[in-house]
Design a protein around this ligand. Structure first.
Ligand code: KG4
Ligand code: ZN
Length: 337
């Protein structure tokens, strides 16, 4: 069985072709094309929704074509279509959704809707078979920061989420404030390399009720205060120390909550996913904790951490295997949150 997956929830136009697994094997990713719009949004220091949807419209047909070519299959061979329904930017989502509906309707094939956050959590399963449930998942992206308990396949119980900024958003905003470019996470990682993560004293924030929720707006304010007080600027010699310290406290905050969640739910494995999971420092802190807890830990390879359609295909294949429905669902709708 071949699935064609489309992801346009934010500022990446992505299309993947996957082949369904034999027995317990992971699906085979035949192609996974990701066209980033970073250059379009960089001058604004963040995603401009109207520009994002226009860009998806311009590129979606070519990206579908490229994904099929790289996979070496024609549209007539596709058995199943899938597309991200949400959460995300509504205009962007509608481009992918309409395109997928058109393809599925024309070719009289089933169409499965996918949740973007569930898809991020499924990315790990593309590269690893035998991840044992219950799985505790930490999802860290530009739009979301959340902890999930997956007790069995396709079950996602939200344990805690950010009450304000997402971790990636905090990185992006500080980078924007310092004029370092967009997206902020990768720039901060690059410029902070070699910096002393203890140079600036950031405290790990804790929510008053000790819930598993996150809050990053306080850290952002603390960072802005340091920038003002120490006069830190783009070409400052202290910039690497500052960025390394900020990155370190974000990683520690994330892993702190993960530790408390693991104590509470006693998982058998740990998963880290989402765009910020590309970050070397966070990956290291996550692995340190996993070793300390004696739990197997999984992180997707970098390309599968940031938005991509292969993870959407992985989710759809699981959903379709559980409840095969040959109908093309033209009522499928997009949702922003
Ligand atoms: O998952 P994703 O591609 O899109 C959303 O669903 O939000 O995540 C994008 C986020 C951005 O905030 C970006 O700055 C961050 O992931 N990011 C990183 C790195 N690469 C991307 N953050 C830290 N270090 C990185 N290497
Ligand atoms: Zn995402």
């Amino acid at each position: 069985m071949l699935v064609l997956a489309i992801e346009t929830s934010c500022d990446e136009t992505s299309v993947a072709v996957l082949r369904a697994p034999e027995a317990v094997a992971a699906p085979e990713v035949l192609s996974n094309i990701v066209l980033s719009q970073d250059e379009v949004h960089a001058p604004y220091g963040g995603v401009v929704p109207e520009l994002a949807s226009r860009q998806h419209i311009k590129t979606i047909a070519a990206i579908v074509g490229e994904a099929l070519t790289r996979a070496g299959v024609g549209l007539e061979k596709i058995d199943l279509y899938t597309v991200t329904q949400g959460p995300g930017l509504i205009g962007s989502l509608l481009v992918g959704l309409s395109f997928a509906k058109g393809l599925a309707y024309y070719h009289k094939k089933p169409l499965v809707g996918a949740d973007h956050l569930e898809a991020h959590l499924e990315a790990c399963f593309l590269e690893n078979t035998g991840i044992e449930y219950p799985v505790l998942g930490l999802l860290v992206s530009g739009g979301h920061t959340a902890l999930y308990l997956m007790e069995e396949p396709l079950s996602y119980k939200l344990l805690g989420k950010t009450r304000d900024d997402a971790a990636g958003e905090a990185l992006d905003k500080i980078a924007k404030f310092l004029g370092l470019g967009y997206p902020g996470g990768p720039v901060i990682e690059k410029l902070g390399r070699g910096g002393d993560p203890k140079a600036f004293p950031f405290a790990v924030p804790r929510t008053k009720d000790r819930s598993l929720d996150f809050s990053f707006s306080g850290l952002k304010t603390a960072a802005l205060k340091h920038i003002r007080e120490h006069g830190i600027a783009k070409d400052d010699a202290r910039l690497p120390d500052f960025l390394a310290s900020f990155e370190e406290v974000i990683a520690r905050t994330l892993v702190d909550n993960l530790r408390r969640a693991a104590d509470a739910v006693q998982p058998r494995s740990l998963v880290l996913c989402g765009g910020v999971a590309r970050n070397t420092r966070l990956r290291a802190r996550f692995q340190d904790f996993a070793r300390e807890a004696g739990l197997p830990a999984y992180i997707p390879s970098p390309k599968l951490c940031t938005d991509n359609a292969a993870m959407v295909g992985a989710l759809a294949l699981k959903k379709f295997a559980r409840r095969p429905d040959p109908a093309t669902d033209l009522d499928l709708d997009a949702y922003a949150r």
